[in-house]
Write a protein that binds this ligand. Structure first.
Ligand code: SF4
Length: 501
């Protein structure tokens, strides 16, 4: 189990039930054969537990789950075992179909509004898996493969302020979590923006916030439990969107805390916020312009600004002594060398400025992964070869400043392959796990099953039935996805016509 807020929520929500006692398991190795897995708390074997609950955040998490089940003596195929495996998380909410041979119960919803009821149902029918599945499949937000027939509607709490929040949290002492160690404080959930490539904004809809008074109270409670842990990791997809989000930073400064902020929206960067982040000991500011090319900016629906605007913003950040990390996306279906050249040109200007100020900029390059619920489900992904060529151009032009690896492109392929799948991939995933997981295992399984990636590279036609269309996310802004797909499509048609003239 990694230390994420979802893991904390699941673990404590389960243990808050008087009739449940939950323990945690985690993979010991990232790849290869696992030794027999035992629980962190009592060193008990996984096969001795009556129920397994997990959350998938990143599509390839499934192979590690299967490696864990196998190493714990639990058959990974749902029909071949008695112990129910329940899974939730953004990947599952977007498209559960590829995992349907492996998972018994998919929760299409957020922990606070769904897990208790699912577990109560299991308690009611404990020992009779078929009766449990029959009953739990009646819940509107649950998908049980083979039993659910019809729509499944995401469940979520309207008001985060009235939800349980894990103040005592799990600390991963072996692996550094993605956003660093510290008290995980979720400021808001969902996002009010609609960047075209972003699946999170769709499946985590609607946008909700915790009140300032609650956020302060949670920090205070955390400090009473763990006075030595002064680092607070702020979880937010768009921070600090409101004035009172800034007030939370002020409160942290008053309490001599340290902040860890995954990324900040460029249009929200101000003198005031930079001063506060400096006082909170933040060393690096991460920004995600995604592209400096006007065409890509318009079709990503994020920022539409000239390079000078980005230069000014980055200069303001550098002036305060921060290092800067820049996220860019490459490999959009419309992207030509011209857009790549524009990006490199703007990056060189920004990097030059940083060098003159003796500060460091690193660039994280991310291939566009077409995800369900986004317009890119209709366009697919560029070939691995094309992506590698583009990546090489960036690497050669930005010598030593690109922190991504060639290897990330192949991981993107695994993500897209799982994310867009229209059929259960249980046998493929189990073979992948038997081969040790990781990219090496993936390639071996691809060879064994003679996988055809045409769906990944072509996507779904507009109007074609989508395998995940039975999943309904209230407030998903699906209209915006459709309109975005039409805008992207008409842009690409026009560009094709022009290039043929
Ligand atoms: S990428 Fe855009 S839509 Fe997605 S979370 Fe960030 S700001 Fe929101």
């Amino acid at each position: 189990m990694i230390s994420s807020l979802a893991s904390d929520l699941i673990y404590f929500t389960l243990n808050n039930q008087p009739e449940i006692y939950a323990e945690r398991f985690c993979n010991k190795k990232l790849t290869g054969a696992e030794d027999e897995v035992r629980s962190i708390e009592t060193r008990s074997p996984l096969r001795d537990f009556d129920l397994i609950v997990t959350s998938l955040h990143y599509e390839p998490d499934i192979v590690n789950l299967v490696r864990l089940l196998r190493a714990g003596g639990v058959n990974p195929f749902r029909e071949a075992r008695q112990t129910p495996v329940i899974a939730g998380g953004p990947v599952v909410m977007a498209n559960p179909v590829p995992f349907a041979d492996l998972i018994d119960v998919f929760i299409i919803g957020e922990v606070e509004s769904s897990l208790d009821k699912v577990v109560e149902t299991w308690l009611q029918f404990k020992g009779d898996k078929n009766a449990f599945l029959e009953e739990v499949s009646k819940l509107s937000y649950v998908y049980v493969p083979g039993l659910t027939d019809g729509e499944v509607v995401k469940s979520y709490p309207d008001d985060l302020n009235s939800c349980f929040y894990p103040v005592k949290q799990i600390v991963n002492t072996r692996v550094e979590p993605v956003f660093g160690r510290g008290f995980k404080l979720e400021v808001n959930r969902g996002c009010m923006f609609t960047c075209s490539f972003c699946m999170e904004t769709k499946v985590m809809a609607p946008y909700r916030e915790r009140s300032l008074s609650l956020l302060k109270k949670l920090i205070e409670e955390h400090l009473t439990y763990e006075p030595e842990e002064r680092r607070i990791t702020l979880y937010s997809l768009s921070f600090p969107i409101r004035r009172d989000h800034l007030r939370i930073l002020e409160f942290m400064v008053e309490n001599k805390l340290i902040a860890s902020l995954p990324s900040i929206r460029l249009d929200l960067i101000s003198e005031e916020i930079l001063e506060l982040l400096k006082a909170l000991n933040q060393k690096t500011i991460t920004i995600a312009p995604e592209s400096f090319s006007f065409t890509s900016q318009r079709l990503f629906f994020k920022y539409v600004k000239p390079c000078e605007w980005f230069e000014e913003k980055v200069e303001a950040v550098l002036n305060k002594g921060f290092n800067v990390k820049i996220y860019l996306i490459y490999g959009a279906p419309w992207e030509e060398m011209e857009a790549i050249a524009e990006n490199i040109e703007c990056l060189k200007r920004i990097i030059g400025k940083a060098k003159r100020m003796h500060q460091r900029i690193v660039v994280s390059l991310n291939p566009l992964v077409p995800k369900p619920h986004t317009p890119f489900q209709h366009f697919g992904m560029k070939s691995v070869q094309e992506l590698k060529q583009v990546f090489k151009v960036y690497q050669e032009s930005l010598k030593g400043l690109v922190e991504s690896r060639d290897y990330d492109i192949e991981w993107s392929l695994t993500q897209a392959f799982l994310a867009l799948s229209e059929k259960p991939l249980g046998k493929f995933i189990v073979t992948w796990a038997e081969e040790g997981g990781g990219l090496h295992g993936f390639k071996k399984a691809v060879k064994r099953f003679n996988v055809n990636f045409s769906r990944v590279f072509k996507g779904y036609e507009v109007g074609e039935a989508l395998p995940w269309s039975f999943i309904k996310i209230p407030h998903e802004k699906s209209v915006s996805s459709r309109i975005q797909a039409e805008i992207i499509y008409s842009f690409m048609e026009k560009a094709k016509r022009l290039s043929n003239e």
